[in-house]
Ligand binder design. Structure first.
Ligand code: GDP
Ligand code: GDP
Length: 453
C-alpha cells in the first residue's frame, strides 16, 4: 500500500467516531444469593462469543454485551461479593443507587421462595424513586405450583412480580421481552447539554468534604431548589456559585455522614464511583496537613478510570507551615505524577481561604474536557511533530502515522491511524505534545492507535 492510497474516506468508513458504540444498559441488582449471576448467564445464553469483558470496568461490576431478538444491550452484574451482614443494607442501597444513575433499565431480583426480606425492602425503597424503569424479577419459581408464592412480592411497591426461574429458563424469555419494551432506543443522555455542570465532591473521610459543602452552600446563601428545566435527584444539591447553579451529586452521602468504619469501605468506594459516573468533574479533596495516603490515591484512580475532569483541592491549608509545605511538594511530585495535568487549588474550608479559586478551576477543567480540535488543525500540527520526532523503529520497520482525528470529547480522545504498533512511550510523547499545543489542563486525554495493515 502506498501512502497515496490512504484517503480520509477509508478511515471514516471504519466508523471511528463510534469506537465503542453506546448501548443501553440493563443493571441486575439484588441481595446475594437471589440468583443474579444465574440470570445474567441466562440472558447471555452462556454463549462464549458474547461474554466479553468490557475494559475499564473494575472487579465489582462487570458489563457484558447481550442480545435478544436482534437487539443489543449491555448487562451489568453487580453480584459476586459478600458484604458482612452489618454493612449489607447500605452496600446494597449504594448498589441500587449506582444502578439508578447509570442504567437505562433496572432488574431487581428477589428470591420468591424466601419472600421479601428487610434487605429486599431496603433496595425497593431506593428503587421506588428511580427514574429509570424498574422490573421486579421473582426468581426461583421453578414450577407453576410456586407461582402463587410470588404474589406477596407486590408488597415491595415495584409493580407486578415477573416470575422466573433463572436456573431453568422458565419465564426468562418473557422477562427479556419486557426488558426490551422498556429499553430506550439510545442510552439516556447523562448530561443535559447546557444544564448546570455536575460536580462530584470526593475524598477519604475527614478531609473536609462536608465542611466545604456547608461553606459553599452557606456562603452564597442560595441553595437553588428549582432550576428551570432540570430535575434534581433528592440525593443531589444545586448550589449557586459566582451567580451560576452547579449540580453537586450525592451530597446526601456527605451530609448524612455515613460511617466508614472497616467493612464499609466497599460501600464508600461504590458510592464514590456512583457519584463520579454521574458527574462531569471531580473535586478531589486531600488533607494538606497530613501525608498523602493510599486511600487518597485509590480515589484518584477511580477518577482517572472514569475519565472525569479533575481539580485536586488541598484543604486545611491553615494547618500547613513551611516544613509541611516542603514535605507536601515532595509528596505531590511523587504521588500525583500520574496526573500532572490536574488543576490544583489550596484552600481552607474552615477559614474560607481561597474558596473563590474553586469556580475558575472547575470551569477551566471542564472547558478542557469539552474541547474539540478540528481534524485539519490536528493533522497540520501532527505532521510537524512526527517529522521532528518519528516513532521508534520496531522489528526493523518504522511505523508511519498516517492521520489523526479527535474521535470524542469528554474526555478528549484521539485516534492515530498508523501502519504499525506505537509504543506506550511514544503515545505518551504525543499526549504531552498535544497538551503543550492545545491545552487540556484539568482533563485526561486519551490517545488510541488504530493499526492498518
Ligand atoms: P447471586 O449471588 O444473586 O448472583 O446468586 P447466584 O446466581 O450465584 O445464585 C445463588 C444460588 O441460587 C445458586 O446456588 C443458584 O444455583 C441458585 N439459583 C439461581 N437461580 C435459581 C432458580 O431459578 N431456581 C433455583 N431453585 N435455584 C436458583
Ligand atoms: P469529611 O468527612 O470529609 O466530610 O470531613 P469534615 O468536613 O467532617 O471535616 C473533618 C474535620 O476536619 C472536622 O473536624 C472539620 O472541622 C475539620 N476541617 C475541615 N476543613 C478544615 C480546614 O480547612 N482546616 C482545619 N483546620 N480543619 C478543617
Amino acid at each position: 500500500t502506498s501512502e497515496s492510497d490512504w484517503e480520509l474516506g477509508d478511515f471514516l468508513s471504519e466508523n471511528v467516531f463510534n469506537e465503542a458504540p453506546a448501548l443501553p444498559v440493563v443493571a441486575v441488582v439484588g441481595r446475594p444469593n437471589v440468583g443474579k449471576s444465574t440470570l445474567v448467564n441466562r440472558i447471555l445464553g452462556r454463549r462464549e462469543a458474547v461474554v466479553e469483558d468490557v475494559p475499564g470496568v473494575t472487579r465489582d461490576r462487570v458489563s457484558y454485551r447481550a442480545e435478544w431478538t436482534g437487539h443489543p444491550f449491555m448487562v451489568t452484574d453487580t453480584g459476586g461479593w459478600e458484604p458482612d451482614a452489618k454493612g449489607m443494607g447500605q452496600s446494597i442501597a449504594a448498589q441500587a443507587e449506582l444502578a439508578m444513575r447509570t442504567a437505562d433499565v433496572i432488574v431487581v431480583v428477589v428470591d420468591a421462595t424466601v419472600g421479601a426480606t428487610s434487605t429486599d425492602e431496603a433496595v425497593a425503597r431506593v428503587l421506588r424513586r428511580s427514574k429509570a424503569p424498574v422490573i421486579l424479577a421473582a426468581n426461583k419459581v421453578d414450577s407453576e405450583r410456586a407461582e402463587a408464592d410470588a404474589a406477596v412480592l407486590w408488597s415491595l411497591g415495584l409493580g407486578e412480580p415477573q416470575t422466573i426461574s433463572a436456573a431453568h429458563g422458565r419465564g426468562t424469555a418473557e422477562l427479556l421481552d419486557l426488558i426490551l419494551t422498556k429499553l430506550p432506543e439510545k442510552p439516556r443522555e447523562r448530561f443535559a447539554p447546557g444544564g448546570p455542570r455536575r460536580v462530584a465532591l470526593v475524598g477519604k473521610p475527614n478531609v473536609g468534604k462536608s465542611s466545604l459543602l456547608n461553606r459553599l452552600a452557606g456562603e452564597e446563601r442560595s441553595v437553588v431548589d428549582n432550576v428551570a428545566g432540570t430535575t434534581v435527584d433528592p440525593v443531589d444539591e444545586m448550589i449557586e456559585l459566582d451567580g451560576k447553579p452547579w449540580h453537586f451529586v450525592d451530597t446526601a452521602g456527605l451530609r448524612r455522614k455515613v460511617h466508614t468504619a472497616k467493612g464499609h469501605e466497599y460501600y464508600a468506594s461504590l458510592r464514590t464511583r456512583a457519584a463520579l459516573e454521574s458527574a462531569e468533574v471531580a473535586l478531589l479533596l486531600i488533607d494538606a496537613g497530613q501525608p498523602i495516603t493510599e486511600q487518597d490515591l485509590r480515589i484518584l484512580s477511580l477518577i482517572v478510570e472514569t475519565g472525569r475532569a479533575l481539580v485536586v483541592v488541598f484543604n486545611k491549608w491553615d494547618l500547613v507551615d513551611e516544613d509541611r509545605r516542603y514535605e507536601l511538594d515532595k509528596e505531590i511530585d511523587r504521588e500525583l505524577a500520574r496526573v500532572p495535568w490536574a488543576r490544583r487549588v489550596n484552600i481552607s474550608a474552615q477559614t474560607g481561604r481561597s474558596i473563590q479559586k474553586l469556580v475558575p478551576a472547575l470551569e477551566g477543567a471542564l472547558e478542557s474536557w469539552d474541547r474539540r480540535v478540528s481534524t485539519g488543525r490536528l493533522n497540520t500540527w501532527l505532521k510537524d511533530v512526527i517529522a521532528a520526532t518519528p516513532p521508534p523503529v520496531r522489528g526493523g520497520r518504522q511505523p508511519r502515522v498516517m492521520f489523526a482525528t479527535q474521535a470524542a470529547t469528554r474526555p478528549p480522545t484521539f485516534v492515530l491511524f498508523t501502519t504499525g504498533f506505537l509504543e506506550a512511550g511514544y503515545r505518551r510523547f504525543i499526549e504531552r505534545r498535544l497538551r503543550e499545543e492545545f491545552g487540556f489542563d484539568g482533563s485526561p486525554v486519551r490517545v488510541n492507535v488504530r493499526v492498518r495493515d
